[in-house]
Design a binder for this molecule. Sequence first.
Ligand SMILES: *Cc1c(COP(=O)(O)O)cnc(C)c1O
Length: 223
Amino acid sequence: MYDVKGNLHTILSTLPEGVRLVAISKYHPAEYIVAAYEEGQRVFGESHEQEIRLKHEQLPKDIEWHFIGHLQTNKVRYIVPYISMIEAVDSLKLLREIEKQAAKANRVIKVLLELHIAEEATKYGLTPDACRQLLADGEWRNMEHVRICGLMMMASNVDDEQQIASEFEQAADFFDEVKDTYFADDDSFCERSWGMSDDYTIAVRHRSTMVRIGTAIFGPRVY
Ligand SMILES: *Cc1c(COP(=O)(O)O)cnc(C)c1O
């Protein structure tokens, strides 16, 4: 096995106070998660509905599961009974479905709005304008089973650290705008989920509160 425990400690020791680690375990076997769990890690992220369901069934029930990938509306009902946070909400349609299914399950689901700032056209997410529109529309205010807790974003997959830093900075500025406009009195709107294996050291210098790290803990994924 990859040195999961050693890698985990190395990363945790470099994270500033106030930054939480979401260990991204997609495509890695349950025993890797157990290794991290034994060291005290409780928050894990997955991006496929079936994989996360199986792992949730097999593994300790005090694990906090985050769904981090693109989520199709027809999959929402499968994960809502146990998911703690859905990190990548990128449409009102998806938000409505989460509200509907969470109401049925009598749960409140924490969500992040996924912001698209990176230059790649392939990435999912809401542009700042689309995000402004979704919030201005106000329908979310009536959703009693959804709690919008902040923003999530992925920087461009490039070597240029300046560009990556600038994208995180734009996301942080946008967070402030949204916080001031809509969530000034809502303490649960506090999360800035950015930073992955290759760029989390930059992300934490640009106000990340939550890093999503897979490869640097568990090694390369075997697809
Ligand atoms: C896979 C994934 C990660 C983790 O990526 P690593 O480079 O392995 O750290 C983080 N965020 C999202 C949305 C992912 O899909």
